[in-house]
Design a protein around this ligand. Structure first.
Ligand code: GUN
Ligand code: ZN
Length: 426
């Protein structure tokens, strides 16, 4: 066992933040040998229960749950910051050419290693990421994640039409490859597989049908895709699937809406769509830096809450402009204000932080596993330095409440704040 003394942030069952100014986090093996949180709370109250346990003194720092990125594309690490008129030209001119190189295992592994190092530098300990259509891209990132001990989810992209040579796959083979990858990787150590149709316009009905069959056969495997990000894309989906009630409805028609199904964006939905997401347990990966960068639109938090939809935060790199959860939380705050000018409400710092940790974990079906530092959770956490820059030191020293402290970090923070990222108790 090992313990850490620092300020400590975690979340209560009602999703509100719990803060110990002088906290103790105790990490050790559980009955299965996994390194988990054994105790978390006030130092003075807990310390007597752990005689002889080594305590690392990190007073002045803040220990918080590792961040959970609900939607990111590891093969788009080098696409970040590519300008385009909108989603569809961005895909054609930048994304597909970059992704076409991932048939090569050595290239895939080099990018995967850089990507996972970057996630760690930014404080992200779990991600649901797209690979590319090449099975080698999945093996490369799973191998890299496994060697780091990460809880990590990815899958081979399915895209058998409206895609250029080099990224387009073949219907039957793509489904055979997907099932083989599920059997090779899902449930190995902390890894999970996601069935990954890119988005409805780049899959034939036969490929979506096959994906739905696999989603039923393997109910604890994830599903990830994109929906209703951009108006041109929504129009295109309607032309291609004239019988569907809506773009989201296409996925429903093929059995791709269920628990553990994660759809990026969800901007241009209607009330029926949102209710369908809620009733099927399908969740949204809200990607505000991407939506602002590609001019896609604004996630409607109030409508999502009214429908009872679950959601959490995501970087969506390379459409997104930053791997930093702090940048994503700040962008979400700004987007939240857009929808909430009528009521004057906005997202609180605690809500934003929850959406990128415990809330994201819940949306992924990993509640109680990651995203929080309550006893029993896997010990993935970050050590943050509230004094990382002169301005942060000045601002956080004036914080009179937890909200003010968290908000200073959200608005001014980035990778400089992340002093250490600990995976599975280190
Ligand atoms: N829709 C289909 N593919 C993509 C992608 O790679 N990024 C984003 N942001 N949207 C998509
Ligand atoms: Zn995406």
């Amino acid at each position: 066992m090992k313990a850490y003394r620092a300020a400590l942030l975690r979340f209560a069952d009602d999703d509100t933040p719990v803060y110990d100014a002088d906290g103790l986090l105790v990490v050790g093996p559980d009955a299965q040998g996994r390194r988990v949180v054994r105790a978390a709370g006030d130092h003075a109250t807990l310390i007597g229960n752990y005689p002889g346990v080594a305590v690392e003194d990190l007073r002045g720092k803040l220990i918080a749950p590792g961040f959970v990125d609900m939607h990111v594309h590891y093969p788009q690490t080098d696409v970040i910051g590519a300008p385009a008129a909108g989603l569809l030209p961005w895909l054609e001119n930048y994304t597909f050419p970059h992704e076409s190189r991932f048939y090569e295992p050595a290239h895939a592994r080099e990018v995967a290693d850089f990507f996972l190092d970057e996630l760690a530098r930014q404080g992200v300990t779990t991600a649901l990421t797209f690979a590319t259509s090449h099975p080698a891209s999945v093996d490369a990132v799973f191998e890299a994640a496994r060697s780091r001990g990460l809880r990590f989810i990815t899958g081979k992209v399915l895209q058998d039409r409206h895609s250029p040579d080099g990224v387009r796959d073949e219907t039957e083979q793509s489904l055979i490859d997907t099932e083989a990858l599920i059997q090779r990787w899902h449930g190995v150590d902390r890894l999970g597989y996601a069935i990954t149709p890119r988005f409805a316009p780049t899959s034939t009905p036969a490929q979506l049908r096959g994906a739905g069959v696999l989603a039923t056969k393997y109910p604890d495997v994830w599903i990830q895709s994109h929906v209703a990000e951009n108006r041109d894309e929504v129009r295109w989906a309607a032309e291609l699937f004239p019988d569907a009630r809506s773009y989201l409805g296409v996925y429903g028609d093929f059995g791709l809406l269920r628990e553990r199904a994660v759809y990026a964006h969800c901007l241009h939905l209607d009330t029926t769509d949102r209710e369908l997401m809620a009733s099927t347990g399908t969740v949204a990966a809200v990607s505000p830096t991407s939506n602002l960068f590609l001019g896609s639109g604004f996630f409607d938090y109030m409508a999502a809450d009214a429908a009872g939809m679950r959601y959490g935060l995501a970087s969506d790199v390379g459409g997104g402009t930053s791997f930093s959860p702090f940048h994503t939380m700040l962008a979400a705050y700004c987007v939240g204000r857009e929808g909430q000018t009528k009521t004057g409400l906005s997202l609180t710092p605690g809500q934003l932080w929850w959406q990128h940790t415990a809330g994201a974990a819940r949306a992924l079906g990993l509640e109680g596993v990651v995203g929080n530092l309550q006893p029993g959770h896997e010990a993935d956490f970050v050590v943050l330095d509230p004094q990382a820059t002169p301005l942060l030191a000045r601002k956080t020293s004036q914080a009179n409440s937890l909200d003010e402290l968290l908000f200073a970090l959200i608005v001014l923070g980035d990778d400089r704040v992340v002093e250490r990222t600990v995976v599975a108790g280190g």
